[in-house]
Design a protein around this ligand. Structure first.
Ligand code: SF4
Length: 343
């Protein structure tokens, strides 16, 4: 089996809250706990979950914008989690980001051409003609006329600004783009155009996406595989089609049951889930979902369920729906097949 493009192993991020008084322990926000997955070339790997589940922290960790407390992020076999300075800058050539807000993520004083080519000019000097040729090529790729390259961001619509953000991300010819809520600020019709653009670019260039979203209909449309996160942990990881057809984890089931159905003839089970997401500063013991879970048993209150590989190849962390057999070695970072696409 070929090595995956991206291998995330046991990624963990804790933030200290305030300072300890008289050497008392400092409270921690457990934003990301022991997250492992891999992404293949040309794949769209989605991460979903409610606000505060840790999905955006995972995006920042993958980009090297924050340092992990533990774990590894291997891009083409190189651990980029600990890189700094020039090495981190060099790794950015392969991994780029598209942000949620297409306006605030663009410098309002720079022209479209400058915005798009800025990242390239961090590595090499471009003359005016080179810059305009590159900007024209990338604008065409994202469906904007090259004639618009001298305009400022304020002269574009919201959808066009997101296209500019995508053109900027493509400028260094990356192998992976992290898209963090990249369409959630756009109108539904514009969302569809941007999603189709991303899928076309993937077909054309073989680029991979880590697509982070709270919107399940978007994920169902664009994703190959999906990880469902709850309070910093992955609770289910499966091919998109299977997750939406037959979710196994009670939280995945509740999320999907609550999402609007694009097809009125489809029926989803109603799974009651009550209450709010608990605080990551003081998460519930055992399975963090147990205070909201209709299937919780005594063991759920005391023991954290491991992510277990099921016979159909998906991974689920649940004592009831995916009980780990005694002696079963759950997936570890050393498992070469860890949470990879089901062949
Ligand atoms: Fe519910 Fe228990 Fe499964 Fe957690 S481990 S999802 S509380 S049944």
């Amino acid at each position: 089996m070929n090595k995956p493009l991206l291998n995330v192993e046991n990624l963990t991020k804790h933030y200290a809250v305030g300072t300890g008084f008289l050497k008392k322990s400092i409270p921690l926000v457990r934003a990301v706990e022991d997250v492992s997955f891999s992404v293949e070339k040309g794949e769209t790997f989605c991460i979903v979950g409610e606000s505060g589940c840790g999905k955006s922290t995972v995006a920042r960790l993958l980009m090297g914008l924050v340092q992990p407390t533990a774990g590894h992020v291997l891009l083409n076999g190189t651990d980029i989690a600990g890189l700094r300075g020039d090495e981190l800058r060099a790794s950015r050539k392969s991994i780029q980001m598209v942000f949620q807000d297409p306006y605030s993520s663009l410098n309002p004083r720079l022209t479209a051409a400058k915005i798009i080519t800025e990242s390239v000019e961090n590595f090499e000097r471009l003359g005016r003609k080179q810059r305009e040729a590159l900007a024209g090529e990338l604008l065409t790729k994202v469906g904007i006329s090259p004639d618009a390259m001298h305009r400022l961001p304020s002269e574009f619509s919201g959808g066009q600004r997101q296209r500019l953000g995508i053109a900027r991300a493509l400028a260094l010819n990356p192998s992976l783009i992290i898209a963090d809520e990249a369409v959630s600020a756009l109108d539904v019709s514009v969302q569809a155009q941007i999603l189709n653009l991303l899928m076309d670019l993937q077909q054309e260039t073989g680029i991979a996406f880590v697509f982070i979203s709270h919107d399940l209909s978007v994920v169902e449309h664009i994703g190959h595989r999906v990880a469902v996160m709850y309070l910093g942990r992955i609770v289910e990881l499966a091919p998109c089609e299977e997750l939406f057809k037959t979710p196994v984890h009670p939280y995945s089931e509740a999320l999907i049951a609550a999402a609007p159905l694009p097809d009125p003839t489809r029926v989803r089970s109603e799974v009651p889930v009550e209450g709010e997401v608990p605080s990551p500063i003081n998460p519930p013991s055992g399975c963090a979902f147990h205070p909201r879970c209709p299937l919780a048993i005594e063991r759920c209150r005391t023991s954290v369920p491991r992510l277990v590989r099921m016979t159909d190849g998906r991974f689920v962390a649940c004592h009831v729906r995916a009980p780990a057999e005694e002696g079963f070695a759950g997936p570890t970072a050393a498992d070469e097949h860890l949470q990879r696409a089901v062949p």
